[in-house]
Design a protein around this ligand. Structure first.
Ligand code: GLU
Length: 285
């Protein structure tokens, strides 16, 4: 259901940004209701965005189901739904100013694993060992990924970036210093191998800026991407936002819910006769 038009004056604006690769389950419902209720209670705006850059896995029927489930839950959003699939060429064009900080990379996952001598404990994603870092953009072959030269990027933005987190697990001001960034983030892929599609965390950083988002409210599983997004925001001259990563809804065994957990899909609870209030109770809201 579409609410009122967007106002430019609002200082609290958040969004729910699902990837339509499966049904909405209890974990998504929690995230959407939590963000929606918070922003509405403060008189702010709630936006809906489909993060559908994975063209193979995203389906219009899942999007329709998500919209139906959110509406059934009683959530309203402001303005039209934004779709990342409409913006793919735009995102690539907006990478252009970073050209001097990018390099093409032909490494496969297996190459990267082989180049890393030991598994990296406590690091969210495998930090790239830098095999292709010496390559210039002129050597780009069809099929190459594009990586960010993080050391050069950090030189460009200054010694330290900070962001504010208000979620329970990591509340406070986070400083990302050079040594930690190089050790834990490294040269991330900004455009995937063989595709003119930017990485999800970059598309999402562009969208948050374009949609005038002030607060990102999302699951704790995405906390580790935040420093990368903040570095990219600084590099691209985009505003840095306030982040709130909430706890995840887990199943009885403590495992976080995934889209494949169809048994916990909102649509299933609906056909079994649950009410929106029952869903709120189930997720503790
Ligand atoms: N599309 C992401 C997901 O479904 C959410 C990204 C975000 O909220 O920043 O997990």
């Amino acid at each position: 259901m579409v609410g009122g038009p967007l106002s430019r004056q609002t200082t609290f604006r958040t969004r729910f940004a699902p990837s339509p690769t499966g049904p909405l389950h209890l974990g998504h419902a929690y995230s959407a209701i939590f963000a929606h209720d918070r922003v509405r209670a403060a008189g702010g705006e709630f936006l809906l965005r489909m993060e559908d850059t994975d063209l193979e896995r995203c389906r219009p029927e899942w999007e329709a189901q998500i919209v139906e489930d959110l509406t059934w839950l009683g959530l309203t959003w402001d303005g039209p739904i934004r779709r990342q699939s409409d913006k793919l060429a735009d995102y690539m064009a907006r990478l252009e100013p970073l050209r001097d900080l990018l390099y093409p990379c032909s490494c496969t996952r297996a190459d990267i694993r082989a180049a890393l001598s030991a598994p990296q404990e406590g690091v969210a994603f495998a930090v790239y060992p830098g095999t292709c870092r010496g390559r210039g953009m002129e050597s780009r072959q069809p099929g190459d990924a594009l990586r960010l030269n993080l050391a050069a990027a950090l030189d460009a933005i200054g010694p330290e970036v900070t962001f504010t987190e208000t979620g329970p697990a990591h509340a406070g001001t986070h400083r990302i210093d050079r040594a930690t960034a190089l050790e834990r983030i490294g040269d991330v892929v900004l455009s995937r191998k063989g595709e003119e599609i930017v990485a999800y965390f970059l598309a999402s950083a562009f969208d948050d800026a374009d949609q005038g988002i002030s607060h990102v409210i999302r699951g704790e599983d995405l906390f580790d991407f935040t420093p990368v997004q903040v570095i990219l925001q600084r590099l691209l001259g985009l505003p840095t936002l306030v982040y709130h990563h909430h706890a995840l809804i887990r199943d009885d065994h403590g495992k976080r819910l995934a889209k494949r957990d169809d048994a916990r899909a909102i649509a299933k609870y609906r056909t079994d006769g649950a009410s929106p209030q029952d869903i709120r109770r189930m997720v503790g809201l």
